[in-house]
Ligand binder design. Sequence first.
Ligand SMILES: NC(=O)c1ccc[n+]([C@@H]2O[C@H](COP(=O)([O-])OP(=O)(O)OC[C@H]3O[C@@H](n4cnc5c(N)ncnc54)[C@H](O)[C@@H]3O)[C@@H](O)[C@H]2O)c1
Length: 345
Amino acid sequence: MDKIRVAIVGAGNIARTAHMPAYRKRTDVEIVGVADINYERAQNFAESFGVPKAFPSIEAMLDEVECDYVDICVWNGSHASCAIEAAKRGRAVLCEKPMALNLEHALKMKEAIQAAGVPFMLAVPTRYSSQAMLLREMVDAGKLGDIYYAKTAYTRRRGTPIGWFTDTRKSGGGPVIDIGVHCIDRTWFLMGCPKPVRVSASTSYAIGEFKTRGVHRWAALDSDVTAFDTEDSACGVIHFENGAAMMFEVSWALNAPGESFTQICGSKGGARLDPLTIYGEDMGYLTDNKPNPGENDMFYEEIDHFIHCLRTGETPRSDLEQAVTMQRILQGIYDSARLKKEVEI
Ligand SMILES: NC(=O)c1ccc[n+]([C@@H]2O[C@H](COP(=O)([O-])OP(=O)(O)OC[C@H]3O[C@@H](n4cnc5c(N)ncnc54)[C@H](O)[C@@H]3O)[C@@H](O)[C@H]2O)c1
């Protein structure tokens, strides 16, 4: 493999602001095409980033261009159809989080990807921050002992995104599937990815469609709000086969300060991110150590890891099995909230 040829589907925000800047830092990648159901958007993207050709659909793009992988940056409801199309044509897949709209879509993707035998990676960038990568190395080296408890939150006081995000037919849900996937996946990764077995969760629909003035809201490129039927906050606990538990709290809107944290607790020590702090003991005293892994561009690292795996045949850190397991957790959260009881995963 000389240059890696990438075909992008979805010419929206994440492709423009995170994936393209990461690709532009490399000389071993060629973006061979971009497709979007909004053809004008795909054309504009091609012009802005010097991509040779724009297409109105993934099918038209894959009919015409040869590529090593398809980078899926469409809204959640289109992840499955795009991934299945790419797999059917023997193309590897890098898929934005969450894997899919729901578990049913995710399982169809898994079937197609396994049948085609193509590489797959879920794009979960927060795993690739320098702090998270160092902490996972420390966990793997046994520095914290057995991890038996974790707590994570990604809460916004007022931050419901505008556009398809609030329409479950396109998004699959609210903050659980949109930003919860970031913090829950990262925490699970730091715990060493134990097997989830049960979840108990609750979702709220209280204040998400707020009219608060003076607050910033992320807007999809199509910012017309077609529906608003998603939760605006959620909390719960995920139990794992090894006895460990993870508490989580997520919101797009909550009458509480916004926060983002991840904490894991082990038998020998604990840790928190942002900034990375290790809670331990030395000479009989408590210690708070702050290792400094430096700053990195997590989107660059994520894409770099996938390209490394394509070149070497290594299995990506966030592979198909892990992506499906994460989707099972998300589904379990929604099922538990709907049924108002703990559910098995
Ligand atoms: N990793 C992160 O931090 C992060 C941040 C934001 C969004 N995302 C994810 O990236 C994805 C896109 O989000 P966004 O904010 O860029 O949305 P966006 O609305 O800005 O862009 C999505 C684009 O996909 C296009 N599209 C939808 N279905 C399509 C299909 N079947 N074929 C071709 N084009 C199609 C739309 O026309 C739109 O241009 C979502 O899955 C979202 O969860 C990830």
